[in-house]
Write a protein that binds this ligand. Structure first.
Ligand code: SF4
Length: 568
């Protein structure tokens, strides 16, 4: 089958492009959807725009190596990613039960990728192409780049670099790193030390004059679990400061080169202007659920300044916000509106949060020692642009062919309160009946551990949203995201939250039992039983304790959370 407009997935598609070999192979645990929300196609298009011949193998068989080798040996390197989610999170629930679906697979079927997919794919690539550099990337590799706690096996694991035997690991958003990697390998140069990568080495690999954080070793953490907290905080600080870092594993060490700089606005604009078809590869016979979710959405920015202690996405994308320009977003909306399948609705404008577009640090982020720009209070150097965002939302809605524009990403209510005009317009113009908010909890102590704003801030925003919905004559609901069994949260905290919900007549639908994602500060709390300052905290660790906490809220689920008063 030919697939014009797509990166090749078969030899026949390569031949259609006049290629007899590829330079770079990307293997991914997601189906190939040619959309910038999917990592492998995003990097593939980026590399292709720089002249490299890139092929994609999506969701290969993993019982033998010939499937990953179907495009032949690439000239420079092969990249392996588990996909948009950590494969264990994609496969198992918070209670380690097997999931029956997978939104990134045709037909939504589970079972198209293996557990620990990045390790498995790297192994297949090494067998298929002996001697070829194998590079790990994506969120699974990024979060497991140092020694980490693995919830699924309830054990401390070594850096994924050791278990995969990959040559290099790209952490964070990978565009700069893969470009530099391709350039160096093409010239026959050493690939170690590229910003945004990690590799096996030793102190001699760190430039002499460079600042380098020494993380507690894997063996030290094994002996003394609280050292996972020190290692996690040190890696967080390394991301902020742009230094090097090193973590010993027995006689060897994982060397972390400084993080890559976020893409500048012009670079992000160029990236999103690449010729994505926004479609699933035509070889798929069944619909891919994730496509429906992102088909008509616009990504305005990357990064999240919130620094929530449990958030894997923010850890992967970093604290600095990189925003696209108005022109770029307007051009993409116009292009969407020209598509034959266009239904008139932009379903979301956002990023990791809905309202950080255009935000920046007016000071020196690399010298900053805070773990969040927004908690415990909003940093005086944090400059957001809610008014600019509102103007952008209205401009996008005026694009010919756009009838509706909704905000579906989670709104940072603390930021929304800083601009009454934005909050008012959110309720009156850009909420399609439901607004997602993430108060997560009502306990101030738990919220502080989560690095979330005070519950009073949430209540203030709620009153404002109700008032503005009523003034606009709209019947709207808030969908609150809440979490049970967070480290430091007790049964009585959960009962207090349940009681608050009852007094308000809420029956929340979105209650997530805390899942310790590898690499986060919250997971270090769960593993070590301490807070970031080293104080002992209560942790609901057993399934029975976690289920009990979860049950305190989950009993009332099933109905919309709250109706904002008003007509309609
Ligand atoms: S100085 Fe303030 S705004 Fe800048 S990075 Fe630090 S906390 Fe964020």
């Amino acid at each position: 089958m030919s697939a014009p407009g797509f990166l090749p997935m078969t030899r026949a598609e390569m031949a259609g492009l006049g290629w007899t070999e590829i330079d770079i192979l990307l293997v991914t645990g997601d189906a190939y959807v040619d959309h910038p929300a999917f990592g492998a196609p995003l990097l593939g298009r980026w590399l292709r725009s720089q002249g490299w011949r890139v092929g994609i193998v999506a969701q290969p068989r993993w019982d033998r190596p010939d499937d990953v080798a179907r495009l032949g040996r690439p000239r420079l390197f092969a990249g392996a990613s588990a996909g948009a989610l950590d494969s264990m999170l994609a496969h198992y629930t918070a209670f380690r039960k097997k999931r029956s679906d997978d939104a990134y697979t045709p037909g939504g079927a589970a079972g198209a990728r293996p557990n620990r997919a990045a390790i498995v794919y790297a192994g297949l690539l090494r067998r298929a192409f002996p001697g070829l550099p194998v590079v790990l990337g994506g969120i699974e590799a990024s979060l497991r780049r140092a020694a980490h706690y693995d919830f699924w096996s309830d054990s401390l694991r070594r850096s994924i670099l050791l278990d995969s035997k990959a040559d290099l690991l790209v952490y964070g958003m990978g565009e700069r790193a893969v470009s530099e990697l391709a350039r160096r390998l093409d010239r026959g140069e050493d690939a170690r030390g590229i910003a945004g990568t990690a590799f096996m080495g030793g102190p001699a690999d760190v430039p002499e004059a460079a600042a380098c954080a020494r993380l507690p070793s894997y063996e030290e953490i094994q002996t003394e679990p609280k050292k996972l907290m020190a290692a996690t905080l040190a890696l967080e600080a390394q991301m902020r400061s742009g230094s090097w870092a090193l973590q010993a594993h027995a006689q060897r060490a994982v060397v972390f080169a400084p993080p890559a700089e976020p893409l500048a606005t012009e670079e992000l604009d160029r990236l999103y202007a690449l010729p994505f078809t926004r479609l699933a590869h035509p070889s798929y016979r069944q619909a891919i659920p994730a496509v429906e979710m992102i088909r008509s959405s616009l990504t305005a920015h990357r990064g999240c300044a919130g620094g929530c202690s449990f958030c894997a996405l923010a850890l992967h994308q970093g604290r600095q916000i990189a925003s696209r320009s108005r022109q770029s977003l307007l051009a993409e909306a116009a292009e969407l509106a020209r598509r034959p399948d266009w239904d008139g609705s932009v379903t979301d404008l956002g990023g990791p949060s809905a309202n950080m577009w255009g935000a920046r640090c007016a000071s020196e982020p690399k010298a900053c020692r805070r773990s969040s720009c927004l908690t415990p209070s909003i940093c005086p150097h944090f400059q957001d642009d809610q008014a600019g965002l509102l103007s952008l939302l209205r401009s996008l809605r005026s694009v010919p062919g756009v009838k509706h524009l909704r905000v579906a990403s989670g709104v940072r209510h603390d930021l929304a309160l800083r601009c009454p005009d934005y909050a008012q317009a959110l309720a009156a113009e850009f909420t399609g009946g439901q607004l997602k908010l993430a108060p997560e909890h009502s306990s101030e102590a738990v919220l502080a551990l989560m690095r979330k704003p005070s519950f009073r801030v949430f209540e203030r925003f709620l009153s404002l949203f109700e008032r503005e919905s009523q003034a606009a004559g709209k019947e709207q609901y808030v969908v609150p995201y809440l979490m049970s069994a967070f480290p430091g949260c007790t049964d009585s905290d959960m009962r207090a939250l349940a009681s608050w919900l009852r007094t308000r007549g809420w029956k929340p639908r979105q209650v997530q039992c805390f899942i310790p994602a590898s690499g986060t500060v919250a997971t270090a709390m769960y593993f070590a039983g301490i807070d970031p300052e080293g104080r002992r905290i209560k942790v609901a660790r057993t399934d029975a304790e976690r289920l009990r906490q979860h049950g305190i809220l989950a009993e009332g689920r099933g109905q919309p959370a709250r109706r904002a008063r008003g007509g309609g």
